[in-house]
Design a protein around this ligand. Structure first.
Ligand code: COI
Length: 355
């Protein structure tokens, strides 16, 4: 990557109250921007004041959604270090997503380099209260001015930063999940494995309808038979049935989550029986009704480990673990956040110090 040009903001914003951050409501003073032009490649990396991005109304992204994004966090260690968690996994996943959307890939070292420079430049914005962090949102979008459907000849890579607290208002308390039995999120051969806005756009109506009934999110079923459990949009899911943790396999329609992979690694390391296999909604609800469904939780960068307290499918409802956070869910949360915040030994080489 070329040298990053820095243009400091003329006026810095006041920092928000760390106890009232919520998720994704505040943004820091600067952002990273880099352009791509066919025949030239990625060029002109810059850190500029956070603000509107000039975009033609004819920009391809506005019409055909040629766009990808990532979600990461910078964690404040007690000893003053700034830590990232497995950033190369996000960099590689963005490459996979970009390839699916027929967009240029960003070299892993440039992706991480952009984040390093921006986060260190905005270090003062990293919140320090427990369970807060600096959320990192890298994204790439098509900027060519044209309305014919074709791959754009120009793109922008942008990184913005947001000091955040818990993703769900429930925090670490169990969430209620509605199993979606009509809409589907992704089909095999589609874009389910890619982190692209379209997957999330198609989820908004279902989530809004579930929200009106008091549910925090929807659990998607497979797009072919609406029979097998897939994911919860903002997180992957795992269920502990009869002592074994079950999570759906990565078969193309599910996002390959960084937290998902880390949890699988931790469970195997602890000797907890764990399997990636298809799990039908009937099997899941039956286990819930028979008292064999011990715990359920979502995994994601934003959501971390989020306990599931209730599942509703058609006219059936099951409560998981008495609507309390289960012991394995809590242990996973404590271990993962302990490693991410630098309080626990990083046995797996997951943490990268920014300096
Ligand atoms: C993340 O977990 O970082 C995500 O990108 C999910 C998003 C919907 C908040």
């Amino acid at each position: 990557m070329q040298q990053i040009k820095v243009t400091p903001a003329a006026v810095l914003k006041p920092k928000p109250d760390q106890s009232k951050l919520g998720f994704g409501k505040y943004f820091t003073d600067h952002m990273f921007v880099m352009d791509y032009t066919d025949g030239i490649g990625w060029h002109d990396p810059q850190i500029v004041p956070y603000g509107p991005i000039p975009l033609s109304p004819g920009a391809l992204v506005l019409h055909y959604a040629q766009e990808t994004f990532e979600g990461m966090k910078a964690y404040p260690a007690r000893d003053g270090r700034v830590l990232l968690f497995r950033p190369e996994m996000n960099a590689k996943r963005m490459s996979t997503s970009n390839a699916r959307l027929y967009m240029p890939e960003i070299p892993v070292e440039d992706f991480i380099g952009a984040i390093r420079e921006l986060v260190l430049y905005e270090k003062e914005w990293i919140p320090t209260l427990p369970e807060t962090s600096l959320y990192i949102r890298p994204f790439v979008f098509a900027t060519e001015e044209a309305v014919g459907v074709h791959p754009s000849k120009t793109y922008k890579f942008v990184v913005i930063l947001s000091p955040v607290g818990a993703y769900y208002p429930e925090g670490m308390n169990p969430v209620k999940i509605m199993v979606e039995d009509f809409y589907v999120r992704a089909v095999r051969g589609g874009m389910g494995f890619a982190k692209t806005g379209g997957n999330y756009a198609s989820s908004i109506k279902a989530a809004a309808e579930a929200g009106k009934k008091g549910y925090t999110q929807v659990l998607w079923l497979d797009g072919l038979e609406r029979k097998y459990v897939e994911e919860v949009g903002a997180m992957n899911v795992m269920f502990k049935i009869d002592g074994e943790v079950i999570t759906p396999p990565l078969d193309g329609s599910i996002l390959p989550g960084v937290t998902r992979d880390s949890v699988l690694t931790l469970l195997k390391h602890w000797g907890v029986p764990v399997i990636e296999r298809k799990l039908s909604i009937d099997e899941l609800m039956e286990a819930g009704e028979n008292g064999r469904l011990e715990e359920g939780f979502g995994t994601g960068t934003a959501a971390v480990i989020s306990p599931i307290g209730e599942l509703c499918y058609k006219d059936k409802k099951v409560t998981l673990g008495g609507f309390k956070t289960g012991p394995l869910t809590q242990k996973l949360y404590d271990t993962l956040t302990g490693i991410q915040w630098g309080d626990l030994k990083d046995e797996f080489g997951w943490v990268m110090e920014l300096k």
